[in-house]
Design a protein around this ligand. Sequence first.
Ligand SMILES: N[C@@H](CCC(=O)N[C@@H](CS)C(=O)NCC(=O)O)C(=O)O
Length: 252
Amino acid sequence: MMKTTSYTLHFYIRSISSNILNFLFVVSSSIQFSLTMTLKVYGIGFSTCTARVLTCLNEKEVEYELVPVNLGVGEHKKPAFLAKQPFGQIPVLEDEDLTLFESRAITAYVSHKYKDNGVDLVRFGNIKEAGLVSVWIEVESQQYNPAITPIVSQLYIIPMRGGSTDHAAVEAAAEKFGKVLDVYEARLTTSKYLAGDFYSLADLTHLPYTYYLMKSEWASLINSRPHVKAWWEDISSRPAFTKVAENMTLAG
Ligand SMILES: N[C@@H](CCC(=O)N[C@@H](CS)C(=O)NCC(=O)O)C(=O)O
C-alpha cells in the first residue's frame, strides 16, 4: 500500500514538473519570438518616401520585411490600407502593435528606438549637434522637398501616370530649387555634412528625391555647385542607400 502511494506521488510530481517545463518552454519561446519580431514596411521600392525609410533601417542595421503595396490597382486607397494610413499614402511602418506613417517621423522613430545599432543618426549625447540635425531635417522638409518635388514629379511621376511633362513648369521649379541650393552650397563650405562634420539623418533624408533628379538633365543644378556635388557624391555612395537605389526604377 505504502509502495503504491509512493509510486503515484512520484508519477504526479514527474507529470507536474514536465507540465511546468512545457509551460516555461512555451513562455520563453513566445518571449523570444516577440523580441525578434521583424518590422514591416508597407511600400514599394521605387517610392521616394519608402526609400527614405529603408535607407534609415539599413543604416541602423535593422531587419525588416518590405510588404509591397500595389499602387497600380489603388490598394493604398482601400479600407484595409486606409486603416493603417488614413491619407492613403505609402510608406507605413508596423512595429508589433505600433503603426506609424509619414516617412520622416518613421526615420526619427527608428533612429531613436535603435539608438545603439549602426550609425548614430541623431547625435545622442550632444544636444547642440542634435539641435543642428533637427534644423536640417526641417530645412529638407520645408524648403528642399517642396522645391525639388515639382521637378521630379513632372519628369517621372506624371509620365508614369500617363500624363506629359510640362517643361515650362520644370524650368520655373528649377529656378526656385537653384535658390535653395545656393543656401546649401554656402552651408556645405563650412561643414562636410549639413549638421556638421558627421553624417546624420539630416543628410539621409535628402537622398531619394535627389537620386531621381540626378538621373535627369537637371543634375547640373547639383553638379554646378562644387560643395553640394561633393556632398551628394559622398552621401549617395553609402551602401545603406546604394542597396535601396537598386530598386528605385522610376527613372529607368
Ligand atoms: N509626407 C508623406 C508623403 C507620402 C507620399 O507622398 N507617398 C507617395 C509615394 S512616395 C504616395 O503614396 N503616393 C500615392 C498617392 O498619394 O496616392 C511621407 O513622407 O510619408
